[in-house]
Design a protein around this ligand. Structure first.
Ligand code: AMP
Length: 424
């Protein structure tokens, strides 16, 4: 028995799991292209200072932090937004707005491992910078809808809210930012009583209590009720209007919004407007989430830039696909094993493998030096579509033997026609 195991919270993804994850990654990339997001690749290791600048206590306390050999405080990225905000204030500073940026890769958080929660996981991340319009917010939700669809998921649903509703009320009551963050974090964990304790002395307590009780299942009704509740709190009113408008836009695009929740906060402190999450009934954790963060670029030293973004947890999307028994809608390449009948024919057989690969057929060369019988047995085990047997007699006629492994039939085929025969 090997003494080596993976580190807690880290996983090996074997063939099938890796294939599903790669499928989801390829779909996220396609969606980035369809929506006009340019891909950037940023480092996994970033300065601790950058990553901790605005990510909120929740994530800060879960970062993998260490000193590199140059005595620098560094950390593994827990998300992409800080790196992209850095780019927006440096290399992409003069790019025309709106700026649409896409990234995909692994991120690291010291979370308590359980199903769908890992310490190394994959995200696809979309950021849209430069617009404060509701259509920009809607885009983050609509493209998430596209990804869920492309992954073949069913019955997924969105929950949306606007953090500006609660923040608007608290600001007008002169609750300082730090306390606001603490309140929102408690609400995020559904510890509503503790959150209300922090505004015990304030007039807004009743309004907040009322908002927290709004648990109507009809999204439009809830959004209207929120609007009525916050009358008199100017900024909260604007936020409630904005929520309603975005709700109209995304439902017009066919996004299934199931709940509008006024006290929905999400883990990251940098949100300033709309926030949303998408879930499937089979999992009680979100497959993706995002929102508007209009002050973040400023924190990173850039010009004030409105921005909205979303991150999708690709491992969770893959897990949901597995639970819903979704089949991958990829066209699998045909597969062939190529077997030279004797060692002297290796070079010819290799050449034929190369011809197949260049035509988009997957060709596994017989590298174990086995006799035909054994090599064919192995090809069956590997579920290859075809075996290409390269023998001396056939080669003299510029041909090989092509065996259909499922049908157990074989025939001599001219090399010039081999690709056509395999592709069907
Ligand atoms: P966040 O960056 O916190 O907004 O998270 C975005 C998405 O990443 C979530 O909706 C999850 O799908 C995914 N995610 C967050 N934490 C984990 C984790 N520990 N393991 C797997 N996926 C995660």
């Amino acid at each position: 028995m090997s003494p080596f195991k993976t580190v807690r919270g880290m996983r090996d993804l074997l063939a099938e799991e890796a294939e599903t994850l790669n499928f989801v990654i390829s779909k996220a990339r396609e969606i980035a292209q369809f929506y006009g997001y340019k891909e950037v690749v940023t480092p996994v290791v970033e300065p601790y200072e950058l990553l901790s600048a605005k990510s909120g206590e929740e994530i800060r306390s879960r970062m993998f932090i260490f000193k590199d050999l140059g005595d620098r405080d560094v950390a593994l990225r827990p998300e992409f937004t800080a790196s992209i905000a850095r780019l927006a204030t440096t290399a992409l500073k003069t790019e025309p707005r709106p700026l649409r940026v896409f990234s995909v890769g692994s991120v690291y958080r010291y979370d308590e491992p359980q199903r769908g929660r890992y310490r190394e996981f994959w995200q696809s991340n979309f950021e849209l910078m430069g617009s404060d319009k509701p259509e920009a917010d809607a885009e983050a939700i609509v493209l998430t809808n596209s990804l869920m669809k492309a992954a073949g998921l069913r019955n997924y649903a969105f929950k949306i809210g606007n953090i500006g509703v609660i923040r608007g009320i608290l600001s007008q009551e002169n609750v300082e930012d730090k306390v606001q963050n603490a309140i929102l974090q408690l609400m995020d964990k559904k510890e509503y009583n503790k959150a209300l304790e922090l505004v015990k002395q304030k007039n807004c307590r009743k309004t907040l209590e009322g908002l927290l009780e709004l648990k109507d299942d009809m999204p439009f009704e809830t959004a209207e009720k929120i609007k009525n509740y916050v009358t008199g709190y100017d900024k909260a009113e604007v936020a409630a209007d904005n929520l309603l408008e975005i709700l109209k836009l995304v439902t017009a695009c066919g996004c299934p919004v199931e709940t509008v929740e006024p006290a929905f906060a999400r883990g990251l402190e940098y949100y300033t407007g709309i926030i949303f999450e998408v879930t499937v009934p089979e999992l009680d954790i979100a497959l993706g989430g995002g929102g508007r963060y209009d002050r973040l670029i400023e924190v990173f030293g850039g010009e004030s830039t409105p921005a909205v973004g979303v991150a999708h947890g690709l491992d969770r999307v893959a897990l949901a696909m597995q639970m819903q028994k979704t089949t991958l809608s990829t066209r699998r390449a045909k597969t062939a094993v190529v077997i030279p009948v004797k060692p002297e024919l290796k070079a010819e057989a290799l050449k034929i493998s190369q011809i197949l690969r260049e035509a988009g057929i997957s060709a596994e060369f017989e590298v174990m030096g086995r006799k035909i019988g054994k090599a064919l047995e192995d090809a069956d085990r590997r579920k290859a579509d075809y075996a290409v047997i390269v023998g001396e007699r056939e080669l003299k006629n510029a041909a090989v033997v092509l065996r259909d492994l499922a049908k157990r039939e074989q025939s001599t085929v001219k090399i010039a026609q081999l690709i056509e025969k395999i592709m069907g």
